[in-house]
Design a protein around this ligand. Structure first.
Ligand SMILES: Nc1ncnc2c1ncn2[C@@H]1O[C@H](COP(=O)(O)OP(=O)(O)OP(=O)(O)O)[C@@H](O)[C@H]1O
Length: 243
């Protein structure tokens, strides 16, 4: 008997500013899978991720998490999903630690549990030196790590990362890759949007390509599928050669 997918997306569409941004997207994702999402600027990646995170309502279609329609249940999305949006917001006058406690409490933890969760993510992301620093004085890369910590503090079942390597130095990019694989090994499903094909090859089991709002490719990444093959697939779609 096969388990139901963690995430099931069926015929999802969304218009933005009067134009189709995401059109009839369907796919499902199992626990433990890491899916890379590629697409040229404006392809609909961030719009898709915002809908999957429960932050934007689809105009049509359904999104189910563990079989439950979470569009109608925002609380469920908050508990089960961790989302690092593009340009993750932070509050300049709150410290790193205060962010983490607040994010954990928003996901339903009581104060002692939220403190424990904050301690655990500070240790895992090696944020100890920054924990009492105000977000307003963090560097861009440090703010990105804070956004990542806020997304992961409640150990979500579905992790949605929108260009997570943005502003990270090469050491932190390596840490990020290890962290993603670690969370997937622990049973989380991960969707990762990026413009860096090497990022996909390094951490993903599967790659999807969005173009003009439509899902034009969705296939497992095999060990022998190298950078050149992925690049060829991507460019054929992006330039219209695969239409
Ligand atoms: N806040 C917004 N208001 C109106 N239109 C928007 C908004 N955000 C995105 N769009 C439009 O929706 C479409 C999809 O944009 P989206 O940001 O989802 O693409 P993307 O693939 O994430 O692009 P990028 O790689 O540049 O981040 C584009 O036509 C864009 O102009």
């Amino acid at each position: 008997m096969s388990a139901a997918p963690l995430l099931n997306v069926e015929g999802v569409s969304r218009r933005r500013a009067g134009r189709a941004a995401v059109v009839d997207v369907s796919f499902s994702l199992n626990a433990g899978e890491v899916m890379g999402l590629l697409g040229v600027n404006g392809a609909g990646k961030s719009t898709s991720l915002a809908m999957l995170a429960g932050a934007l309502r689809p105009d049509a279609g359904s999104i189910r998490l563990r079989g439950e329609d979470f569009v109608a249940q925002p609380g469920l999305a908050r508990q089960l999903i961790g989302w690092l949006p593009e340009n993750a917001p932070s509050w300049p006058e709150l410290s790193v630690e205060e962010h983490l406690v607040a994010f954990s409490r928003l996901r339903g933890a009581n104060r002692p549990a939220a403190r424990r969760a904050a301690d655990a993510i500070v240790e895992r992301l090696r944020l100890g030196d920054l924990r009492r620093r105000l977000a307003g004085v963090l560097s861009q890369g440090q703010r990105q790590r804070l956004g990542l910590a806020c997304a992961l503090v409640h150990e979500p079942a579905l992790i949605i990362l929108d260009e997570p390597a943005n502003a990270l130095d090469p050491v932190q990019v390596g840490e990020l890759r290890r962290l993603i694989r670690e969370r997937a090994a622990a049973g989380a499903a991960v969707i990762l949007s990026t413009h860096v094909l090497a990022e996909v090859l390094a951490v993903c089991d599967r790659v999807a390509v969005l173009h003009e709002g439509r899902l034009r490719h969705d296939a497992p990444l095999r060990g022998d599928e190298g950078a050149a093959a992925l690049e060829a697939t991507f460019f054929a779609i992006a330039t219209g050669a695969a239409a």
